[in-house]
Structure formats: structure tokens, C-alpha cells
Design a protein around this ligand. Structure first.
Ligand SMILES: *Cc1c(COP(=O)(O)O)cnc(C)c1O
Length: 373
């Protein structure tokens, strides 16, 4: 057996700026003793992100899941919500935490997003909202979704956890819908260790979000809602400000890796790279490929083969949310209702992509895919 000496390659590696750049932020926090509760770094990061993303109002959160749960609370969503089964589990879990029934609708196998053609037939008298995901940062069909929502008087909340810095038709993708939610988890393009945000269309909505993320406190003695503790602390916010200085470089590095994969894998029969969306400035957050019947290995075999070589690709998103035990009994979770989502979940593999991935490491991955035997 060949002895392996190369270091393992994970699907992603958090982007960490040089440690010494973080020290001045820490010193300020120690000096002020202001650790959380809308501190100076929290205020600065909200402002900086609004400017960077080109949005008017943004409320920071301790993580993306708390932001999703609070977004549903903000718009007082109840009953049934139409959503995609092809996402990270937090999308649907945020509905269960609000006692809302998820109604799954199939995806478009090219964009891997909620297929608008199936939305209307899933609407019932109980439906109050649509919760789509800009999967891998691919823009949803925001025009069609908006049309359907307007016609049926539904709210739209976008799970934009993958869509940081994605521009669509010249503006932030996150301006669409009634609210959009971001995640700044360590594995995301922009991270604050853990973190998240809600993009709000106006100051009044942000005010309500701010009450809800702080136990419902409007002032010291006035509690206006049964809010949660969803506040981002000063360490997270400071790290976000530092990270923002480097985000352009980080995304450019990702873009190079994306281009190299596309070029190198274009001749491999049975491997399909995700189609690049039009009129979109991407963030290159993920590199999903579909492993087809023409490829000599199944998706599982390729996943294991790579793993054996110290390359940890991920089956995002498998299993499908609708096949998890807390959802699988729902009528809409039936495999027959979601053929495309089931088929993509069975054949997708996300390859390593992150700013520090070296050429030689990427070549190792490409070589295994070309010569898996
Ligand atoms: C990461 C992610 C979330 C959850 O965000 P956390 O910050 O980890 O709570 C929600 N939805 C999607 C699609 C995600 O990828």
C-alpha cells in the first residue's frame, strides 16, 4: 500500500486573516468591556455590511438559523409555507420551530432551486409564505416567485445563506422578497465564526427584528413581544469587520479555483459541473458536480475514493430534507412529488473550494476524478 503523506483536504476551510490584524480589535473590546448588546463593533458591522452589499437595512444575528426563525416571526408567518427540500436542514427546521407545516415543492435540476412551475399547485387556504433558497448562490427565479406571491397574497422570505455578495442584474440578490436571511457560519464565504443577518426593506421592519432578537425589549421596562436572544456579540462583529477587509481577495481566489475545475473537468464523461447563472456576479461559494451514469463510479464510490486519498468532498445536499424522519410523513415529502430533488441529491458531490486551496492540491483532486481506478 502506498503511504500517504499529503495533508487532508476538506471541502472548505474557513478564511482567517492574519492573527495580528485581530489584536487591535481585541484590545478595544477589553478596554471598553462592552461584550454584547448592540456594542460599537455590532453597530459598525451593520453599517459596513449595508454599504458593502448595497442594502438599506440589515440586522445582525448570532447565527443564521436564529435569523431564519426570527424572520418568520417578524412577518407572523403561520399555517403552511412552501419551501425546497434541497437545502441545508436549517431551512425546514426554522419552520418546525415556528409550528409551521413545510410544504415541499420540487426543484429545477439546472439551477437546483425551487421550480416556480410547481408552486401554485401546492398553495392551499393555509399557505401564508414561500421560503426559497438561493442554492449555492444561484439566483432563484425571483420575478416568477414575486408574481405568484403577489397573486396569492403570500410573503416571500429568501434563505440567502449561500448568497453573500452575489449580484443579480447589477444589484444585491438579497434585495428580493420581503426579507432575506444570511449565514456567517465558519463554512460560509463570509464568516464571523457563527453569525447571520436579516436584510430588511425598511427601518420599521428592522426595528421589529431588533426587538425580536433582544427578548422583545423596546426599552428597559417595555417588552413588546416574546423575543429570543439572537444577538451577535462583539467578538463576532469585530471579526466580521476584519474579514470584510479581505472578502474581495477571498472571492477572487475562489473564482480561480472554480475556473480551473471547469476547465479541467469539462472532458470527463459523466461529470457535470453546475451551470453558471446568467446576469449574475457569483461568490463561488460551492463547487457541486453531478456524477452521472456515464461515469465509471457511482457518486458514493467517488465520494469514498476521494476520502481514501484524504480528500473530503461533501454530499451537499444529501439526505434530502424531505426524507428526514421529522418530515418524511408529510404528503409533500413523497418521493414521487420530488423526483428532481431526489435525483440530484443522489448524484451531487461538492468538491473542495476555499481561498487557501493550492494548485497542487486541486490537481490531486482533478487527477482522482480523471483516473478513479
Ligand atoms: C448554513 C445554512 C443555514 C444555517 O446557518 P447557520 O448560521 O449555520 O445557523 C441555513 N440555510 C442554509 C441554506 C445554509 O447553508
Amino acid at each position: 500500500m502506498k503511504k500517504r503523506t499529503e495533508k487532508p483536504i476538506y471541502v472548505t476551510e474557513p478564511f482567517l486573516p492574519p492573527l495580528e490584524e485581530f489584536t487591535p480589535y481585541l484590545e478595544k473590546i477589553w478596554e471598553s468591556k462592552w461584550l454584547t448588546n448592540n456594542g460599537p463593533y455590532h453597530q459598525q458591522l451593520e453599517q459596513a455590511l449595508c454599504e458593502h452589499l448595497g442594502v438599506n437595512h440589515l440586522a445582525l444575528f448570532v447565527n443564521g438559523t436564529a435569523a431564519l426563525i426570527t424572520a418568520l416571526q417578524t412577518l407572523q408567518i403561520t399555517g403552511e409555507v412552501i419551501t425546497t427540500p434541497y437545502s441545508f436542514v436549517a431551512t425546514a427546521h426554522s419552520l418546525l420551530w415556528n409550528n409551521i407545516k413545510p410544504v415541499f415543492v420540487d426543484i429545477d435540476p439546472v439551477t437546483m432551486n425551487l421550480d416556480p412551475n410547481h408552486i401554485e399547485s401546492a398553495i392551499t387556504s393555509q399557505t401564508t409564505a414561500i421560503l426559497p433558497v438561493h442554492c449555492y448562490g444561484n439566483p432563484c427565479n425571483v420575478d416568477r416567485i414575486q408574481q405568484i406571491a403577489a397573486k396569492h397574497k403570500l410573503k416571500v422570505i429568501y434563505d440567502g445563506a449561500h448568497a453573500f455578495d452575489v449580484k443579480y442584474r447589477g444589484e444585491s440578490l438579497l434585495v428580493h422578497g420581503d426579507l432575506s436571511v444570511l449565514s456567517f457560519h465558519a463554512t460560509k464565504v463570509f464568516n464571523t465564526f457563527e453569525g447571520g443577518a436579516i436584510i430588511c426593506p425598511d427601518a420599521k421592519t428592522k426595528q421589529r427584528v431588533d426587538y425580536l432578537k433582544n427578548f422583545g425589549f423596546a426599552d428597559e421596562v417595555t417588552i413588546v413581544a416574546a423575543g429570543i436572544n439572537g444577538k451577535m456579540n462583539e467578538l463576532q462583529a469585530a471579526f466580521g469587520l476584519l474579514q470584510l477587509n479581505h472578502i474581495g481577495h477571498a472571492i477572487r481566489s475562489r473564482k480561480k479555483i472554480d475556473c480551473r475545475y471547469r476547465e479541467a473537468l469539462s472532458g470527463v464523461s459523466g461529470i457535470t459541473c453546475m451551470a453558471e447563472p446568467g446576469v449574475t456576479v457569483r461568490n463561488y461559494a460551492y463547487f457541486p458536480v453531478l456524477v452521472g451514469a456515464d461515469y465509471p463510479l457511482t457518486r458514493e464510490e467517488l465520494y469514498q475514493k476521494l476520502k481514501g486519498q484524504g480528500i473530503y468532498s461533501r454530499r451537499y445536499f444529501y439526505p434530502l430534507i424531505s426524507n428526514m424522519p421529522m418530515y418524511s410523513e408529510l404528503a409533500s415529502a413523497n418521493v414521487g412529488n420530488l423526483p428532481k430533488a431526489n435525483s440530484v441529491a443522489e448524484s451531487v458531490l461538492c468538491l473542495p473550494i476555499f481561498p487557501a486551496l493550492e494548485n497542487s492540491e486541486q490537481q490531486r483532486i482533478i487527477d482522482v476524478i480523471w483516473n478513479p481506478e
